[in-house]
Design a protein around this ligand. Structure first.
Ligand SMILES: *Cc1c(COP(=O)(O)O)cnc(C)c1O
Length: 375
């Protein structure tokens, strides 16, 4: 938290003055230090509980000796592979130090204090930070209340109504974090088609690998129709490479060229590039991850049902459960049981906790701890 008596406050850029930093999930080591215990489990940051592809680990090990040299600043090999994967020219790919880096690039390229960005209530917390950091204004659209669409979900009509002459960027998380809701191809396509040409639309697909619904779109195939579309993906979630920091955007090559103007020259490190490249081809690892997630989600939901708790239907590798009381209290009680989850009061969901789907053993331990702290 930035304290109000920070003596440099008068010097900082206006957008930074009131900025609250992103609150990451609590690290396992931190809680183990604090409680003097071991075997803490963390279901707080939507990481892959099954780990990365063995191929990615082998590739990382194979290049680690070369880290005296700078990485390839153009990420040539990885961009080529991603171009092939998405059937687009490699010039459409912008690599980032995680996809958060790419979201930041978009804000820096398209937003100024004279401009606005639109996103939904309960949407991913990095959007307001990226927007505010460049001094732009955020227009936060009301989310669905459950009457015309899934509660907490993006209300595309409300979002469209927030778009005005000063809007330059719309952020859509599909599926969204922390709610887990998603938009189908028809709805999303109609929304994008209706946007004025002066508005870039970012579709953040950090969890796309997990989504099994047939109506979920592959928006990377829409670039020819929509020059203002920027799709972001990441290796942090299903690919299990969160610690290495690799994400990317797929966009019109002229948009990619603009993002590239402000991108740091070596923003994706050498080990990350090699591991991501190797991970990309390990389809079995992704398939096993998705299956493990499906089973783990079932286990969590069965556990919630048994405890008579309700949750928001999620297609990701996490689920927001309504604890029926103040979520941060339940969070704190779970910490004392050695279980780290994510409070989401900062998303205006004070009674919910967001739980990452873990391995079978982790889910069991979490559910036992939850039952204990709720009773
Ligand atoms: C986790 C997440 C990201 C990915 O962040 P990285 O910087 O790629 O690790 C992006 N968007 C959403 C909605 C997320 O939940």
């Amino acid at each position: 938290m930035p304290s109000d008596n920070n003596k440099f406050l008068q010097l900082v850029a206006p957008g930074v003055r009131a900025l609250q930093p992103y609150l990451p999930g609590k690290p396992v080591e931190e809680l183990e230090r604090e409680l003097g215990i071991r075997n803490v489990i963390k279901l707080a940051s939507n990481e892959n509980p099954f780990g990365p592809s063995p191929r990615a680990l082998a590739a990382a090990n194979a290049v680690i000796g070369g880290i005296a040299r700078y990485p390839d600043g153009s990420c040539w090999q990885l961009a080529a592979a991603l171009g092939q994967r998405h059937r687009v020219d490699p010039g459409c790919i912008t690599l980032g130090n995680g996809s958060n880096d790419v979201l930041d690039l978009v804000a820096r390229v398209f937003l100024t204090p004279a401009h606005e960005a639109v996103f939904s209530r309960h949407a991913f917390a990095v959007y307001p930070i990226a927007v505010q950091a460049v001094g732009a204004r955020a227009r936060v659209a009301a989310a669905h209340d459950g009457s015309r669409g899934p509660a907490y979900g993006h209300d595309l009509d409300a979002m469209r109504a927030c778009v005005g002459p000063d809007t330059r960027v719309v952020f859509i998380a599909n599926p969204n974090n922390p709610t887990g809701g998603w938009l189908d191809a028809a709805a999303l396509e109609a929304f994008i088609a209706d946007l004025p040409a002066h508005v870039m639309v970012v579709v953040d697909e950090a969890y796309s690998e997990y989504v099994e619904q047939a109506a979920y779109p592959d928006t990377t195939q829409w670039l020819e129709r929509f020059a203002n579309l920027i799709v972001t993906r990441t290796f942090s979630k299903a690919y299990g490479l969160a610690g290495l920091r690799v994400g990317y955007a797929v966009s019109h090559p002229q948009v990619a060229a603009l993002l590239n103007r402000v991108r740091q020259p070596f923003n994706v490190n050498l080990v990350a590039q090699a591991a991501a490249l190797a991970a990309l081809d390990d389809h079995a690892h992704i398939a096993e991850t998705v299956q493990g997630n499906r089973e783990g989600m079932r286990q969590l939901l069965d556990g919630f049902s048994a405890l008579r708790l309700t949750w928001i239907e999620s297609v990701g590798n996490f689920v927001a459960v309504d604890t029926g009381r103040t979520g941060s209290d339940v969070y704190a009680a779970l910490l004392r049981e050695g279980v780290i989850v994510r409070p989401v009061a900062n998303y205006e969901m004070p009674n919910h906790l967001r739980i990452t789907v873990g391995s079978r053993e982790q889910n069991t331990r979490f559910l036992e701890a939850l039952e204990k702290v709720l009773s």
